[in-house]
Design a protein around this ligand. Structure first.
Ligand SMILES: O=C(CO)COP(=O)(O)O
Length: 250
């Protein structure tokens, strides 16, 4: 089975609405056929991005959601609201949300289920801390996080999840995982999915690497058999660099 490569920019808490729209206007003519391109912006820019990307090959994602459809949750945004805007993807369980906003595996699972209930496609983040890597626990951590996040999903839903393996020590540090090491862990995550749903679902699931991905190292990751793309923070913020990432993913 051939999986379509997917490059997603996670803008984190960067860019005003006008900066977001300028970015899309700069990249929209440079998408690459056969490579899916997703921009995950702050909530505030989503309506303008949905509008600005109409008729282009750029897809739009959010960076978080609340798993309830509505209710007394001050400051939160539900899947129904994102879907209503025309958003297609949503990042779930990013390590920054797990670390700074107390997201547990159980909450991540509720968010994944809620995303599917509303027809949003999850980009599920998993990955180990530096201490866990040093203690030889990388694969165990990824297994626990993956199995917890997929709990209750049908095989059809599971096949549509995009997993992003992001070792926490590699995020924003310039210390990227080697391509061989990322392949080793991502190949293992695919085995975990196979253990849950069988080989054909595992073969369909797209798995990205994330953590200090740059235009000069994207090709090494993409050359690995199990790596289907990248979730990119810093290098997704400049249009020229983002275009190089998309081109490097081919
Ligand atoms: O957290 C990340 C993407 O979600 C990775 O960020 P950097 O690409 O800046 O290391």
């Amino acid at each position: 089975m051939s999986r379509k490569p997917i490059i997603a920019g996670n803008w984190k808490m960067f860019k005003t609405v006008s900066e977001a729209v300028s970015f899309v206007n700069e990249v929209k003519g440079s998408t690459v056929e056969g490579v899916e391109s997703v921009i995950c912006s702050p909530f505030t820019s989503l309506p303008a991005l949905v509008e600005a990307t109409k008729g282009t090959d750029v897809h739009v994602g959010a960076q978080n959601l609340h798993f309830e459809d509505n209710g007394a949750f001050t400051g939160e945004i539900s899947c129904a609201m994102l879907k209503d805007l025309g958003v297609e993807y949503v990042i779930i369980g990013h390590s920054e949300r797990r670390a700074y906003f107390a997201e547990t595996d159980e909450i991540v699972n509720k968010k994944v289920i809620s995303a599917f209930r509303h027809g949003l496609k999850p980009i599920l983040c998993v990955g180990e801390k530096l201490e866990e890597r040093e203690a030889g626990q990388t694969k165990d951590v990824c297994k626990v996080q993956t199995e917890a996040a997929f709990a209750g999903l049908s095989a059809e839903q599971a096949a549509q999840v995009v997993i992003a393996y992001e070792p926490i020590w590699a995020i924003g540090t310039g210390k990227s995982s080697t391509a061989a090491d990322a392949q080793d862990v991502i190949g293992y995550i695919r085995e975990v999915v196979s253990g849950l749903y069988g080989a054909s679902v595992a073969d369909a699931v797209r798995i990205q690497y994330g953590g200090s991905v740059k235009p000069n190292n994207i090709a090494e990751y993409m050359a690995q058999p199990d790596i289907d793309g990248a979730l990119v923070g810093g290098a997704s913020l400049e249009s020229a660099s983002y275009i190089q990432l998309i081109q490097g993913a081919k």
